[in-house]
Each structure stands twice: as C-alpha cells, then as structure tokens.
Write a protein of this length. Structure first.
Length: 327
C-alpha cells in the first residue's frame, strides 16, 4: 500500500519501476527539485494534481506482474537516432474480465511538446480507467527531436498501435478497437492522429472508436493570433512557419473529417490553453454530424489530471458512460 507520507524520491528510487522512473516527467530531473523530498500528500496540495497514490499503486502492481514495459524502438534504432530513446509503452491491464470485450485505451500525457507528464496524466489516469474496466497503454513519445517533431509523434503512435496489435492475443486486447485519450499537447496529438493526411489513415491503421481530448490545443490559428508560441517552436514542431502550419493539416479544425466520436474536458479558467480551442473543435464536429460532448468545468485551470478534489473529478466515468451510450 502506497502511503501519502511516502516521498516522491522514495517511490521513484524503487528498483521495481526503474525503467520508467526517470520518465515520470520526461525531460525534468526531479532529483534536482524540491519536490523530490516531498511526501505525496503535500505534492497534491500545491504542486501536482491527480491521485498520485493510486497511480504509484497501479504502477508497482504492473511491474510486479511482469510484461508491462515496452520500448517502441530497438537499441539499434536508438543508436542511429538518439531522439528515439525513451519512447515506450507501459501496459496497465484491468482486472475486469470484461475488459477484453471493450476497446483498449491509448493514453497520451501532455507536457508542452518538451515533457511527458506520466506522473499526473499517465499512471493515475490509467489506474482509474482500469477500475472502469478498460485495459490501458500509456504512451511516452518523442520530445527531443529538433525538427518535424509532430510527424515523429505520429510515427510513435503508429509504432505503439502496431505493437499493441502484435500482442493483442497475449494482452487480451480487441486488436482493432481502441480509444485515444490525451492531455494538453497530448490532446493535440490524439486529435492530429484523426487527420487523414497525418494520422491513422496515412499509416493504414484502423480508426479509434472514440477520442477524449483533455484541455487540448487544437488550433495554431488561435496561437498565431495571440502570439502564444515561442519563435523557434514552429520549425521544431512542423518544419515550416506557423503561418504555413495554419494552412496545413496541422490545423485540426480545418481537417477534422476523419474524427471519431469525441468527448472534450477542460475548465473555464484555463489560461494556458484557452477554452476557445475546445469550443472551436466541438463546433466543427457538430457541423460535420460527428458525435461530440463538451464539458467545461466552472473553476480550476490547466493540468487537473484525473480531476481529484475539484469540479472535474469523475470526468473519466462520464467519458466512458458517454462512449458506451453511443453503442
């Protein structure tokens, strides 16, 4: 049993989870931060949202059960391209025997395209989806490449789903049925995966059964209008200017014809990624006749993770209930 008095450093130093400990927040050296020595209870109060205890509990169980950690790229591939290192899948199977009859969930934490927040938007969220009866694959994707990062991320998705399909019988997955769920930058990626020129169709893979973007960025036109990007960011993300990206398939609302049913979750007080992004996508999908659910919490900001202790608590239950109501 994980105690709220356990410190982050104690838990991440446990040898059982060594393959993923460094990537708890990929791109941040937590050992060098004050949070390393803080107990989980304090971290929840003013630093990291989500039920951290539940996330660690589920992570340790997965590591003890075995067959839980899968690098996306071989050592030979990583030797040729260091940007591929650290991209991986972590598998959290549900104890519900009916999980094998449901789509699995490909879970994509956020992090501004420079980090991957498994600690708050990966492990705890996956633990909750497990309790709701869904197998979950948590994707840690590339963030260090210096050019055309988003195209690389789409290859990460394709590699992850190809791996899942290859292990479908072993992992008791429905081979071609999955849901994607992503946060912030990860929310953008799960949306881009639905754009025909960039995502599943371009790789000859099946479409998701549904997508759950959580406080996602979806429109570079909004970012361009507001100046909400770093000068070097467009070349790193797209390999072109942001003006060119706005007129390309990277602009989600203009290329949403490949979307599955979509449930969006965010808060009205989000100042990092404006609610305008989600409203724009929801309006676009409605016009196209694609089922869409838009939930905007009345308070709170960006990064609420699983919603523990705030108005968005239970959003995963509502997402699953909505998806199941479509059948």
């Amino acid at each position: 049993m994980i105690r709220s008095g356990s410190t982050l450093g104690e838990l991440l130093s446990d040898a059982r989870i060594a393959p993923v400990a460094k990537g708890a927040i990929r791109g941040r050296d937590l050992k060098g931060e004050d949070v390393w020595s803080m107990p989980l209870a304090r971290l929840r109060e003013g630093y990291f949202a989500s039920d951290l205890e539940a996330g660690f509990e589920r992570l340790f169980k997965a590591s003890e059960d075995g067959n839980w950690y899968y690098p996306l790229y071989s050592p030979e591939e990583c030797e040729k391209d260091a940007s591929l290192e650290g991209a991986n899948l972590v598998f959290f199977p549900s104890d519900d025997p009916k999980a094998q009859e449901r789509p699995f969930i490909l879970l994509v934490p956020g992090g501004g395209f420079v980090h991957v927040w498994n600690l708050t938007e990966g492990w705890p969220v996956a633990a909750r989806f497990n309790r709701l009866g869904y197998h979950v694959l948590i994707l840690t994707y590339q963030v260090t490449a210096g050019e055309r990062l988003l195209d690389r991320n789409m290859r990460d998705f394709a590699r992850a789903l190809t791996l899942a399909r290859a292990h479908a019988e072993e992992w008791k997955l429905k081979r071609d049925q999955y849901i994607t769920c992503g946060f912030s930058a990860g929310g953008y990626l799960v949306c881009l995966w639905n754009v025909p020129e960039k995502g599943y169709a371009a790789f000859g893979l099946p479409a998701p059964r549904a997508v759950f973007p959580v406080y996602p960025l979806v429109s570079w036109a909004i970012c361009l209008r507001d100046g909400a990007y770093e000068p070097e960011e467009p070349a790193r993300l797209f390999g072109c200017s942001i003006e060119e990206a706005v007129s390309s398939p990277y602009e989600i609302p203009g290329h949403a014809e490949g979307f599955p049913p979509c449930a969006l979750f965010l808060t009205a007080g989000d100042t990092l990624v404006k609610p305008e992004h989600s409203r724009l996508l929801a309006g676009t999908l409605e016009k196209k006749g694609i089922p869409c659910r838009l939930e905007i919490g009345p308070e709170g900001g960006h990064g609420f993770g699983d919603g523990t202790g705030m108005c968005m608590e239970g959003w995963q239950d509502r997402a699953v209930a909505w998806y199941e109501s479509l059948a």
